[in-house]
Design a protein around this ligand. Structure first.
Ligand SMILES: [Zn+2]
Length: 204
């Protein structure tokens, strides 16, 4: 009996142990695990385009909310003040902490926004059956920028600072703090939903 036709794109390298192996012909029906280490190589029948796109739009809305509303509200001796994400970075810059302001700007604004924009740029045309121009470069930049999106570390810093200041002032988390917290989870969810290997099947 003639063996089934095999194509080069059936080959997949395990991202954990580097074992090169072939995806089974019926892999679209279910999850495929590495033969050697057992990590998930392919998520099978899951839609690889619409969930990341939906998460991208959700993240965009949360990002806009996070930058439009107060992060924290302070009350001290009858005085009230609100702080915003961008205003905090401007304060750092004004106080001479230029490098720190740049790092915070990049990790909390530029990297997450670039990640979200590329997510929509790649997945919106794919959902309409078209390949976006610069698809490979966009996908590469999206993966490369991901480790620089550090909203969770920023949020942790805000919580620590709030706990320390709570002895002297009344601090209430503003709408931006809540939307940032949800955004952290949404961005984490996108990393589990983006499967570059499966996108090749759609754009060929
Ligand atoms: Zn493996």
């Amino acid at each position: 009996m003639k063996p089934p036709a095999r194509h080069r794109h059936d080959l997949i390298a395990c991202h954990e142990c580097d074992l090169l192996q072939r995806l089974p012909a019926e892999h679209l029906a279910g999850r495929v695990r590495c033969r050697r280490c057992g990590c998930v190589l392919d998520h099978g029948g899951h839609d690889p385009i619409n969930p990341p796109l939906a998460l991208g739009f959700t993240a965009l809305i949360l990002f806009v909310l996070s930058n439009s509303f107060p992060l924290l509200d302070f009350s001290l001796g009858g005085q009230h003040a609100s702080t915003y994400l961008l205003a905090g970075i401007q304060q750092l810059y004004a106080q001479g902490a230029i490098l720190l302001a740049g790092v915070v700007l990049f990790t909390t604004i530029i990297a997450p926004l670039l990640h979200i924009s590329l997510l929509i740029y790649v997945f919106l045309p794919l959902s309409l059956g078209r390949r976006p121009p610069g698809f490979v470069a966009a996908l590469r930049i999206m993966q490369a920028v991901l480790p620089w999106s550090m909203l969770e570390i920023f949020l942790l810093g805000v919580i620590v600072a709030s706990v320390k200041l709570a002895e002297r002032a009344t601090i209430v988390a503003g709408p931006a703090a809540w939307s940032l917290a949800i955004l952290v989870f949404v961005l984490a969810a996108t990393t589990t939903q983006v499967h570059p290997g499966r996108l090749w099947d759609r754009i060929r």
